[in-house]
Ligand binder design. Structure first.
Ligand SMILES: Nc1ncnc2c1ncn2[C@@H]1O[C@H](COP(=O)(O)OP(=O)(O)OP(=O)(O)O)[C@@H](O)[C@H]1O
Ligand SMILES: [Mg+2]
Length: 347
């Protein structure tokens, strides 16, 4: 299936920052905004303060002079459950019943409370019988509907709700469509360094394979700096952003060791996801693309290459359109990756 880019507004609501972009018909980013979220307005996929979220959406929209109208929403959170199943080749209705039956075992409550979406990603043979390989995605209806309501209150008309896992898959495949040299084969990992969590998504031959949510990220590094320096968390954040504790030898050794410890612990967890992938596919993860605000940690990109023994890039390297590539900030684009990836659709 071909992937194409749509002219739209895309919204990614994170724990610390709300990201909004508008793309044109040529795929270029016409407008964007990264707006600081009020503390505690959303947590994972849960909206804790709807009024505050609507206000943020309105402010971001006004700041960036976004028009009213259609928008795409991209979500990531541990409440979104994504699973592969191998199922008999059946007509659509029966296949869907089978999917509901399979996925219900993974849902904490009644499947009626969930949106269940699926796509057939291929065929496999099991004991001589050809079967469908199906990727199933579920999300709690109440959460999705609350997001849609907030977007409508801010003057948008939400048309598409996508997961970051699926949106990134389209971005990867689009890149291959426009750039034949791009190595889509084998294992590619996208690492999203968010506020409290780091999300590791692995793609196999351009298709979503597995992901894990790791409970360490930028915040734990700032907390480690605050502990060592006995400074407040805001000062620690500034120190974190301005010093390269990972690859430079000129920094305070105690801080260097505290930051490296946090990053090493995180990368150890990432390496476990790599192991899971390579044990099953017999292929290594060859490249890592880093995104999210935490990907801007000085030295992180090169540190990952050294410590995980992979090619390591900023996610902006995944932009296939040369016009867009020349206009964006290589590191800062990490903030916008999810929103940008959400502007792609599959035919
Ligand atoms: N220059 C920088 N260097 C290092 N870290 C940074 C920098 N700028 C922002 N960050 C970190 O980025 C994180 C926020 O990133 P981002 O906006 O991607 O998260 P989010 O999308 O709001 O969170 P989540 O995806 O977990 O909901 C914060 O932890 C912040 O410390
Ligand atoms: Mg995020």
């Amino acid at each position: 299936m071909a992937v194409k880019q749509i002219s739209t507004i895309a919204v990614d609501i994170g724990h610390s920052n709300l990201k909004m972009i508008q793309t044109g018909t040529d795929g270029r980013i016409q407008k964007f905004v990264v707006h600081k979220m009020p503390e505690g307005a959303v947590d994972d996929l849960e909206i804790l303060a709807e009024d505050a979220l609507v206000k943020s959406l309105k402010t971001a929209k006004r700041t960036a002079r976004m028009p009213h109208g259609k928008c795409f929403l991209v979500l990531s959170g541990s409440d979104i459950i994504i699973r592969h199943f191998t199922l008999p080749i059946l007509p659509e209705q029966e296949l869907y019943q089978n999917i509901l039956h399979e996925i219900s075992g993974y849902l904490p409550v009644d499947p009626d409370k969930y949106y269940v979406d699926y796509k057939v990603v291929g065929k496999v043979e099991e004991e001589g019988v050809e079967m469908y390989r199906v990727l199933v995605t579920t999300a709690h209806k109440r959460n999705i509907n609350r997001y849609k309501k907030a977007l409508r209150s801010a003057g948008f008309s939400p048309k598409v709700v996508d997961t970051s896992e699926n949106a990134r898959e389209k971005l990867l495949r689009y890149n291959k469509q426009v750039n034949g040299d791009f190595k889509l084969e084998g294992g590619i990992c996208l690492l999203d360094f968010g506020t409290k969590h780091t999300r590791a998504n692995i793609y196999h031959n351009g298709y979503y394979y597995v992901s894990n949510v790791l409970k360490r990220s930028g915040q734990s590094i700032a907390e480690a700096i605050a502990r060592v320096t006995s400074k407040d968390i805001l000062t620690a954040e500034t120190i974190k952003r301005n010093s390269d504790f990972l690859t430079s030898n000129d920094e305070n050794p105690e801080l260097k060791s505290a930051v490296s410890f946090e990053v090493d612990s995180l990368l150890y967890e990432v390496s476990r996801v790599f192991e899971y992938y390579s044990n099953r596919t017999k292929q290594p993860v060859h490249s890592v693309y880093i995104a999210g605000g935490g990907s801007m940690l000085p030295g992180l990109k090169d540190y990952i290459a050294q410590h995980l023994n992979v090619n390591s890039y900023y996610a902006s390297a995944l932009i296939g359109n040369p016009k867009v590539q020349s206009e964006i900030d290589e590191r800062g684009f990490g903030f916008l990756l999810n929103a940008y990836a959400a502007t792609f659709r599959e035919d």
